[in-house]
Design a protein around this ligand. Structure first.
Ligand code: CTP
Length: 402
């Protein structure tokens, strides 16, 4: 679904075309978008909030106050920050004039005024209102401020007149929205699988072999890629981290075998794979479904090798796929990282050494060197994992038309 992970605030204003907003909301959802609906008081005269709430599976916002008795209110700033795009469809002459003036006497206008994301309008009105100089001037002003204008089409209007003023068809509006994301997000249309966190290899009902990986680096990469439009599949071992915004799929696993199964099933459809997980190389050959008690503990624990997930991805990698691994070394580590780059058939390997202060497991910061196939080497200073994630993905951003 092309709009998976994308967040759209659908603003509906008081026009007869508001009935088409229901179809538009459904179409955006069908394409994978998350949709929040904000209606002006006028819009609720044309279509009920209940219809929209049902279609987008979320309550509709139409008033500053949510519950007058309790004194709760809708935070327009939060809504304005939540969205990737505010789409006002239908947009009346009145709402567009208010947008030009910077008015905010209803919730939708307040959301628009406080939003940091882009805004699109799909005007709908009668022929003479649309062609009026003030409406045309307002449209020009909005366009000059970067608002995307989805032009109305020609046809019979509610007044009985025939001409331009009909809101564009919901399918066409959704196409324009999709195109807008394509033009504005460098990773739009790209599918990325990321492994993150540790794996836990059970010994008995309560104990496991594991490691100290926090998952923070993998989650930071997932967040950065999702923010830039990628459809992210985040396969993670046990971690205490919330799913980053816009991540399309989070798959929680426990063991290396589970992680391998999930990754290999998804990998053929991906454009990029990033193996950030600290996968346990070994697992106990036998696990007890009961808890071992003192006295019945085994004398020794036999280990067997786990699959090398990244190596297996490298073996089946297609020409159009890119694959990135991580190497955590305790010493200098360059030659070991370079040999992993070769052995696992990677396009790049990110080396962090535990010898560097603030690098590696559990920290919020990391310091890495990226070795690329072909010999290129890029060094990054110590920085937060979130900042580093943004720098790293800039190295792998797909070229336009590539
Ligand atoms: N990796 C993996 N599956 C494994 C082990 C490692 O996918 N079973 C991935 C890690 O996510 C990382 C990379 O391989 O991207 C390097 O991990 P590392 O443990 O250093 O690789 P090994 O080949 O196991 O290296 P070593 O011989 O040093 O243990």
């Amino acid at each position: 679904m092309p709009l998976t992970g994308r967040r759209i605030v659908l603003g509906i204003t008081g026009s007869i075309a508001a009935y088409k907003s229901a179809v538009l909301a459904r179409e955006l959802r069908r394409r994978g978008a998350e949709v929040r609906v904000v209606m002006t008081p006028g819009a609720t005269e044309f279509i009920t909030p209940l219809t929209l709430a049902t279609l987008v599976d979320h309550p509709v916002y139409s008033d500053f106050t949510e519950n007058r008795d309790a004194g709760t209110w809708t935070n327009h700033v939060e809504l304005g920050l939540w969205g990737d795009l505010i789409l006002v469809a239908p947009a009346t002459a009145n709402t567009m004039a208010a947008m030009v003036q910077g008015q905010c006497d209803n919730l939708l206008l307040a959301v628009i005024l406080s939003a940091r994301c882009s805004v699109a309008v799909a005007p709908a009105m009668d022929l003479d209102m649309y062609t009026h100089a003030s409406t045309q001037q307002n449209l020009d002003t909005l366009a000059s401020r970067g608002v995307m204008v989805i032009d109305p089409t020609e046809g019979p209007l509610a007044s009985g007149l025939v001409g331009r003023g009909r809101m564009a068809e919901p399918e066409d509006i959704a196409d324009r929205v999709e195109q807008w994301f394509k033009n504005n997000l460098p990773w739009f249309g790209q599918k990325v699988i990321i492994t993150a966190g540790p794996t836990h290899e059970p010994l008995d009902a309560v104990r496991f072999l594991g490691n100290r990986s926090s998952g923070k680096m993998g989650f930071a990469l997932a967040e950065a890629l999702a923010n830039q439009g990628a459809e992210v599949h985040l396969v993670t071992g046990p971690v205490a981290l919330p799913t980053p915004p816009r991540v399309a799929y989070r798959i929680d696993v426990e063991t290396a075998l589970d992680m391998d199964r999930e990754v290999q099933a998804r990998w053929p459809a991906m454009n990029l794979g990033i193996a950030c997980a600290a996968v346990a190389d070994f697992r106990p050959s036998e696990t007890s479904s009961a808890k071992w008690h003192r006295g019945d503990m085994p004398q020794a624990i036999q280990l067997v090798e786990n699959p090398d997930i990244l190596w297996r991805m490298g073996q089946s990698k297609q020409a159009q796929q890119k694959l990135v691994g991580f190497a955590l070394e305790t010493g200098e580590g360059t030659s070991s990282a370079l040999s992993k780059l070769e052995r696992k058939n990677l396009d790049a390997i990110v080396l962090n050494t535990l010898a560097d202060r603030g690098a590696g497991f559990a920290h919020d910061t990391n310091k890495v060197t990226v070795h690329e196939r072909g010999g290129n080497c890029v060094r990054f200073e110590l920085k937060s994992k979130r900042d580093l994630a943004i720098d790293l993905i800039a190295l792998w951003t797909p070229k336009p038309n590539a």
